[in-house]
Structure formats: structure tokens, C-alpha cells
Design a binder for this molecule. Structure first.
Ligand SMILES: [Zn+2]
Ligand SMILES: [Zn+2]
Length: 148
């Protein structure tokens, strides 16, 4: 009951500094990440091509580390049996990818992060599915499907 400094009221929100923040183009969706972010992975699969217009560059965090600060325009589209994609229903920005039922964290499109991100692109996945109008020539590792 005492409010001395160093009290034991620490619960949610005390897990660390905001590691990153970001949002959509119109500002309807704003998020913060409190925790580790993976390096950026570029996915060249056909679903990412259609939803992003090119390929998808995304980081990734644990689900509890992602805090939605503004989500009034956030919509979810079930893009496959296993996964759904979060986007802004007003400006169309592509923001999130997660497995149905969770458990594997959330992917966050790297371009929606506020800058500087402190991240770097790590490698490419689903290169065997990429469209024919571009080459991957940055010297980073390329995987035909996923990284396993
Ligand atoms: Zn928006
Ligand atoms: Zn993909």
C-alpha cells in the first residue's frame, strides 16, 4: 500500500524501453514494440507480392511485445489457411503478418517503422517464387522457400 520508490507495483509496461515505433501512412494505426526485433527478412512469395506491390521486407517480434497504440482503422485479412495480414482500412498500408492462433509472434513490415530503425536486411526467402521483372543482387543469402 505504500508508494515508496522501488515499490512492487511493477507489472505490464515495465518490461523495458520502447524498442521501436511505427504506423501506417494516414496515422490511423500506430504501434510500439517493447522487446527484440529480428533483422529484416525479404519475402518474395506471390502473396507478399500482391499485398505489398513488390516484395515484403519485414522484421518480427514476440506477440506480447507489440502494443497497438492506435488501431481504429486496423483490419485483418486472412490471406491463407495459416495466416492473416493486418492493414489499414483507410490508407491501405500493409503492416502485420501473423499465424492464425498466434504462437510465432508478429511480422511487421519494415517500411512502417519510424526511422532510424537500427535494423539491417538479413536474407531473402521464397526466392523461387519471385516475379521476373527484378533481380536480387545485394549479396545477401537467398533461400528458395523459407529459411529452414
Ligand atoms: Zn492508415
Ligand atoms: Zn511472403
Amino acid at each position: 500500500m505504500m508508494s515508496a520508490s522501488g515499490g512492487t507495483e511493477a507489472q505490464a509496461g515495465e518490461t523495458g524501453d520502447t524498442r521501436a515505433s511505427g504506423g501506417c501512412l494516414c496515422g490511423g494505426v500506430r504501434y510500439a514494440v517493447r522487446g527484440k526485433l529480428r533483422q529484416v527478412v525479404a519475402c518474395h512469395c506471390t502473396q507478399c507480392a500482391r499485398t505489398t506491390g513488390h516484395f515484403c521486407a519485414a522484421t518480427h517480434c514476440d506477440t506480447p511485445d507489440l502494443a497497438l497504440e492506435k488501431g481504429e482503422t486496423l483490419r485483418w485479412y486472412r490471406s491463407s489457411q495459416e495466416a492473416e495480414r493486418g492493414f489499414c482500412g483507410r490508407c491501405g498500408s500493409n503492416l502485420f503478418w501473423r499465424r492464425i492462433g498466434g504462437g510465432e509472434g508478429v511480422s511487421i513490415t519494415a517500411g512502417t517503422l519510424d526511422r532510424p530503425t537500427g535494423l539491417r536486411m538479413g536474407y531473402h526467402i521464397f526466392c523461387a517464387s519471385k516475379s521476373d521483372y527484378y533481380d536480387i543482387a545485394d549479396g545477401l543469402p537467398q533461400h528458395g522457400a523459407n529459411s529452414e
